[in-house]
Design a protein around this ligand. Structure first.
Ligand code: ATP
Length: 231
């Protein structure tokens, strides 16, 4: 279980998260939805160690890892796929995969990345920055598969992509979940996120306003308050 308990966090003097508690049980899919600026990205940054909370605790599999650096959290099984393209654009696809392999065998990592997204195998020698936006996102997402992470934090990974690519990415997320990874999904395609999710949190202005199963959500409220154009 990845647990965020009673987290306060922000930037400089600005408090963004207020008393936020979110649980990501093993092998579950949890959607984290909310308005722009609600604090979803900030919460993922706390969960992956990029931002230290001012109070509260981050616990993974019962171990308090509050304030630990991202590499420690990565070793504890956390993989953060950030907003935007989480790749090194001036390195080749193969070099990006090598970095993802984190000391494992390169051949094996390439095979695994290609299992996740076969198109990557055809592009190994190309600079990541020369790939289409969708292919760059696939490369970023392949990391979650290559690294065997138990807890995958996904920040708007379908943003700005063509519908056919979004389909492919959601199929991949479904396979990751079937593979037993826990997913914490921040997503603008709310209905798709809810199809995958076992549990959902709604955030507004740095606080959790709803926590429950997708079926418990009042859809009128969701539409009125939280959905943008992409439902
Ligand atoms: N690096 C930063 N420095 C200062 N303030 C920041 C920083 N990053 C985010 N903020 C502020 O923190 C608040 C929450 O931002 P955050 O990105 O976590 O929200 P979000 O829910 O992910 O929204 P979005 O959907 O727009 O990405 C916003 O008011 C934002 O302006």
């Amino acid at each position: 279980m990845l647990e965020l308990d009673d987290i306060d966090a922000g930037y400089g003097g600005a408090r963004v998260l207020r008393e936020v508690s979110v649980w990501l049980p093993p092998q579950s899919v949890v959607a984290l939805l909310g308005t722009n600026g609600a604090g979803k990205t900030t919460l993922l940054r706390v969960a992956s160690g990029l931002l230290t909370p001012t109070s509260g605790h981050l616990t993974i599999n019962g171990k308090d890892l509050t304030g630990k650096r991202p590499h420690t959290l990565a070793r504890a099984g956390v993989c953060h796929v950030p907003e935007g393209r989480g790749v090194f654009p001036t390195l080749t696809v193969k070099e990006n995969i090598l970095i993802q392999a984190a000391g494992g065998s390169l051949d094996e990592a390439v095979e695994r990345a290609a299992t996740a997204f076969p198109i990557l195998k055809e592009k190994l020698g190309q600079l990541a920055g020369s790939l289409s936006g969708g292919q760059q996102q696939m490369l970023a997402l392949a990391r979650a598969y290559v690294t065997d992470a138990d807890y995958v934090l996904l920040d708007e990974v379908s943003m700005g992509l063509a519908p056919v690519v979004v389909d492919e990415i959601f199929e991949f997320l479904g396979r990751l979940a079937e593979d037993g990874r826990a997913l914490l999904l921040v997503e603008q395609y709310v209905s798709r996120a809810l199809e995958l999710a076992d549990y959902v949190y709604l955030m507004n202005r740095g606080r959790i306003e709803f926590a429950g199963e997708p079926g418990e959500l009042d859809s009128d409220r969701l539409v009125a308050q939280y959905l943008g154009a992409h439902t």
